[in-house]
Design a binder for this molecule. Sequence first.
Ligand SMILES: CC(C)(COP(=O)(O)OP(=O)(O)OC[C@H]1O[C@@H](n2cnc3c(N)ncnc32)[C@H](O)[C@@H]1OP(=O)(O)O)[C@@H](O)C(=O)NCCC(=O)NCCSC(=O)/C=C1/CC=CC=CO1
Length: 249
Amino acid sequence: MPDYISEQVEHGIQILSLNRPEKKNAITVDMYQALSDALHRTELDDTIKVTIITGIGPDFSAGNDIRDFVEIAHVPEKMASIMSFLQTLTSYKKPLIGCVEGWAVGVGATMMLHCDMVFAARNAQFVFPFVQLGLVPEAASSFLLPRIVGHQRAFEMLMFGEPINAEMAYQLGMVNHLCEPKEALNLAMNYADRLTKLPTEAVLLSKDLLKCRTIDDIQMALMREGRIFKDRLLSDEAQVQFKRFLKKE
Ligand SMILES: CC(C)(COP(=O)(O)OP(=O)(O)OC[C@H]1O[C@@H](n2cnc3c(N)ncnc32)[C@H](O)[C@@H]1OP(=O)(O)O)[C@@H](O)C(=O)NCCC(=O)NCCSC(=O)/C=C1/CC=CC=CO1
């Protein structure tokens, strides 16, 4: 596993950590691949009951690596790796817990919409900056976000890309519980531990029952967004924004 993703397993709990704090845990294609591989292995490992996704350092993730975006636009296989990770996330059978401190931007925020429980520190900020970047929503967020927060709130979040603070995210139902900074992983571990002590098959069947009515819609949204997103990466609107970020204008 590349250094930028670290994996620990403790008492039936897998902790997958984005580990690139010097770049705010921005996610590269290799990191998506490592996450996919880890989740696939866990699906086959009966000793692991719950997965936590978190970030090392003060932030969860600044989303997709913007330098990578410039390259992905010209290399279709790279986009395929991202899509493959998102498919894996969508169809993951075991309980998945998201744990957010600081920034959760782009896919760092939309990944949370796939989690079964989300814990956030009071300093967490969720941002969906797709339109501002000349892009469109991804990770089935065009379907999941309005289901969680309602169409009007989702529209505002997706159009303006303004940070949603932890308290607001909690009130809107995007987060289960809030905690003090640096405490999110402890809180997530506490709930993960409680999940490992529940009857395993009942947990898995219950998650499946909760998800089975929407899985087709989620997959369809993912594919539809993916097709448009790929074209948007090459658009002048997006290229200008990527260059602006990379030049720190
Ligand atoms: C608001 C920020 C998250 C944090 O701001 P700040 O605290 O001032 O920190 P910075 O100085 O900006 O960042 C520190 C270093 O990290 C580098 N960095 C930050 N974000 C990224 C990134 N996304 N890609 C690459 N590098 C990044 C930054 O350049 C600094 O490096 P140096 O110290 O070497 O200069 C702020 O950082 C910010 O706004 N970041 C960009 C957020 C963003 O727009 N992300 C993309 C979201 S879109 C997305 O995720 C979409 C998809 C699409 C489809 C499918 C799946 C995936 O994702």
